[in-house]
Design a protein around this ligand. Structure first.
Ligand code: SF4
Length: 446
């Protein structure tokens, strides 16, 4: 195995304004290395039987939103009518049935199901019922430990929340982002603070096993005073889990388009040290309120009760069918991503094909690095686990980046266990590149 090279210098000493680019590392190797040439490798895997007891999940992408947030880089549509949404759901079901017919997925049941977007809660009650009934026909949910569902607060009526609960959703995730109406409006969010309170109260009253709220540190016009108020309000709601992202400005966002138009290099949002400080303040406030920091982005009220099966299984290398336009999946060691335009996606499904656009077959070393960096996002990694799972000398492989990051104060290492410092945790996505193979470093996550 070749050792990844540490990055030169320490960019934390620079000004660290927020410029265009993807900060968040969600997978490895970077997407720019995935290609249509490797799609046949995914099909080859699916012709074989799966290893016994290998966990499976299903992700379903709902690409519709009421309006497009200025910071959004996801594949979303704001102009589709009921007939087009119906056609999309039909295609998604056909896609899932296509997977169910492959030997690799025969008789398997999902451990987790995740509805992401876009805005899954944009669907009507009847569309949701139809979608989930037909999904369960293809892959029964009777052994499913977690059904996660993302919501935009303004799309939730009491009736819809009741329905979402009755479908079997166990983890409701509310995209709150901020509690201030001016900031919500300026950043292009469709919902307002009153809708957050209404949706949250009803969701809590009907007993979802787990409610998560998302916040973003550093939206346009955010101030320290307002951020502190947001933290206070989040603590008052007392959700089971809070996920805090640091505002990034990827290439295909409205904010970047505006920057280009005005010839700006720096985004009109807080710089990285400020965002890190705000997340750190939030972590401290939640810890004082009895929460535990469980990753670079999450605090949970009860770490023994509040699990996130989707994240843990996926980061641990489980299989996941990624259904819907532009969705990502992972099948027997092959990363896959679907067609990323709805027209191309629907055409492929109509032709009876799986709509996979690009793929990447990871080798043992890439699988190790992938799982290692994703676990570091939780703040720690146990070298023995990786040595035995991947039959590799992990200490040797990662010795340079570990030493470098230790010298910079981002982690401590006792020869067995890596533990990130708070400073390391708050900028973990930037540091993870040091563990990448040389060819993958500084690649765009697009
Ligand atoms: S609600 Fe989410 S997916 Fe929809 S536009 Fe806003 S950020 Fe994007």
């Amino acid at each position: 195995m070749s050792s990844p090279e540490p990055k030169k210098g320490n960019s934390s000493s620079g000004k660290e304004q927020t410029e265009v680019g993807n900060y968040f590392v969600s997978n490895y190797p970077p997407y720019s290395f995935w290609s249509p040439d490797q799609v046949p490798l995914a099909h080859e895997v699916m012709e074989r039987d799966a290893p016994e007891d290998y966990p499976l999940g299903i992700y379903f992408h709902i690409p519709f939103c009421r309006k497009r947030c200025h910071f959004c880089y996801f594949r979303v549509y704001t102009d589709k009518n009921a007939a087009e949404i119906r056609a999309y759901i039909d295609a998604g079901i056909r896609e899932i049935e296509g997977y169910a017919a492959m030997p690799y997925f025969k008789d398997r049941k999902p451990k987790f199901v995740y509805f992401g977007g876009g805005t899954p809660s944009y669907l009507s009650v009847s569309q949701l019922q139809d979608l989930t009934d037909r999904m369960k026909d293809a892959f029964p949910w009777d052994e499913t430990e977690e059904v996660a569902f993302e919501c935009e607060p303004g799309t939730l009526t009491e009736k819809k929340l009741d329905q979402i609960r009755s479908l079997g959703v166990t983890r409701l995730s509310l995209g709150v982002e901020n509690f201030d109406d001016h900031i919500l409006e300026l950043n292009g969010r469709a919902h307002r603070s009153g809708e957050i309170q209404r949706a949250y109260s009803h969701a809590q009253s009907i007993g979802f096993p787990q409610i998560n709220i998302d916040l973003i540190a550093g939206m346009i016009d955010e101030t320290e005073e307002n951020w502190l108020r947001c933290i206070d309000q989040a603590i008052k709601l007392a959700p089971d889990c809070v996920t805090i992202y640091q505002m990034e400005v990827p290439y295909n966002t409205g904010i970047y388009k505006e920057m280009q138009k005005n010839g700006k290099v720096t985004a009109p949002v807080a710089d990285w040290p400020t965002k890190r400080r705000w997340v750190s303040i939030a972590f401290d406030a939640f810890v004082s309120a009895g929460y535990t920091v469980t990753s670079a982005y999450t605090v949970v009220k009860d770490p023994y009760k509040t699990k996130f099966v989707y994240r843990d299984a996926l980061w641990g290398g489980s299989d996941m069918i990624g259904a819907g336009v532009a969705s990502f999946g992972h099948i027997g060691g092959v990363h896959v991503q679907n067609e990323h335009e709805i027209g191309a996606y629907l055409n492929k499904v109509t032709d009876g094909d799986l709509p996979i656009h690009r793929a990447y077959s990871i080798d043992n070393e890439e699988g190790l690095i992938r799982e290692f960096i994703l676990q570091l996002k939780m703040g720690r990694a146990d070298m023995d686990y990786f040595s035995s799972k991947f039959d590799a000398d992990v200490n040797d492989l990662f010795s340079k980046p570990i030493q470098h990051l230790q010298e910079e104060g981002y982690l401590s290492f006792d020869g067995q266990q890596i533990t990130l410092s708070r400073d390391g945790l708050l900028q973990v996505d930037r540091l993870l590149h040091e563990f990448f193979l040389k060819d993958h470093q500084n690649a765009r996550y697009a």
